[in-house]
Design a binder for this molecule. Structure first.
Ligand code: ZN
Length: 337
């Protein structure tokens, strides 16, 4: 038995026009009502429904780097979010966010969350843990020096640097960064918010095409976001983060599968092994104060219309977060003869 949520259009969600209406799907008399709500389709939008999957092994291995260590803190940047940097020479760098941004006021003490030996830099501290892992804390003014021993939840390793309003926490394990919010890592962490797909478009050269009679070749882009489990304070209040998983497939009008499920994006454990541009489409932006980011996932590039017979189809999109909140949506389109 799970819980189910239904999306309806109209209210503000992290700057996007999607609202969540939570409906408990039980075995009681409410169940029929909930089921009815689930089948409500709203004009102009794909129907979306959210289910909550049980995620195994959700107990935390280590706490938060800010006090209180064993209570959940707002995270305003998720693992895998787009990070777009502008160099002084005009260059633009785009990458996947390799940790999580834990909100805290400038000057807040940041504690070791593992016991080990420090390597300190100007604005970051890495702790090489006795168990072989590495924890790293960025945008802090260190109060420890390289070679120093630190003790979990006892040693203050630095303070959040002025102007940053968060500590970027990263975990390095076996040669790659891993998602600190995966079950069994940093916690306690629970998340009841559902990711949402806000728009799916068929595009050519960045221009949106009419979906009902596609021909030639086209790109398929879905705009998707998740609300943070706990929102940070203004100016980061309710700014969106990325879902942990984006999957899609194409079905025909009879529900027959013509393009099987493809895992476009999955950062539940590690970052994508493909290039940034293979994941995010042009027009993707990251959060800025009071300005929500736009996460455009490039599901297909130069999809050839002729690979399908003329007729009616739908792109089905599944979004999942790191705690198993799973949203399904369907987006109709047509292939011209
Ligand atoms: Zn960060």
């Amino acid at each position: 038995m799970g819980r189910r949520q239904v999306f309806s259009r109209g209210s503000r969600f992290a700057g996007l026009t999607v609202a969540l209406v939570a409906v408990a799907l039980g075995t009681g008399p409410d169940a029929a009502q909930a089921m009815a709500a689930t089948h409500t389709t709203t004009a102009g939008a794909a129907q979306q429904s959210c289910t909550h999957e049980r995620v195994a092994g959700a107990g935390a291995a280590y706490g938060w780097p800010l006090k209180p260590f064993h209570r959940q803190h707002p995270v305003r940047g998720y693992f895998g979010d787009p990070r777009i940097g502008h160099g002084e020479d005009g260059t633009v760098s785009r990458s996947f966010h390799f940790g999580v941004d834990v909100s805290g006021r400038d000057g807040t003490p940041v504690y070791a969350t593992g016991t080990g030996t420090v390597r300190a830099k100007k604005r970051s501290v890495a702790i090489h843990l006795d168990n072989g892992l590495t924890f790293a804390y960025w945008h802090i003014v260190p109060t420890v020096s390289t070679g120093q021993r630190v003790v979990a939840y006892r040693t203050v390793i630095g303070h959040i640097a002025r102007g940053w309003g968060h500590v970027h926490f990263a975990e390095w394990r076996g040669g790659s960064y891993v998602n600190p919010l995966r079950p069994g890592a940093m916690g306690p962490y629970s998340d009841r918010t559902c990711p949402a797909a806000t728009r799916l478009s068929f595009e050519r050269g960045g221009e949106s095409l009419e979906a009902d009679a596609l021909a030639g070749s086209f790109d398929v882009v879905v705009e998707a976001a998740d609300a943070p489990a706990l929102s940070a304070a203004a100016p980061w209040f309710q700014l969106p983060v990325t879902p942990a998983v984006v999957r899609w497939r194409i079905v025909d009008e009879h529900g027959g599968v013509v393009v099987p499920w493809r895992a476009h994006y999955d950062v539940r454990q590690v970052l994508p092994r493909v290039d940034y541009h293979a994941v995010y489409a042009q027009g993707t932006t990251q959060n800025h104060p009071d300005a929500p980011g736009l996460y455009r996932f490039q599901l297909a590039r130069n999809f050839v219309a002729r690979s399908l017979h003329s007729g009616a189809y739908a792109v089905q999109v599944v979004l999942v977060d790191s705690r198993g909140n799973r949203t399904h949506s369907a987006w109709p389109f047509g292939i011209a003869a």
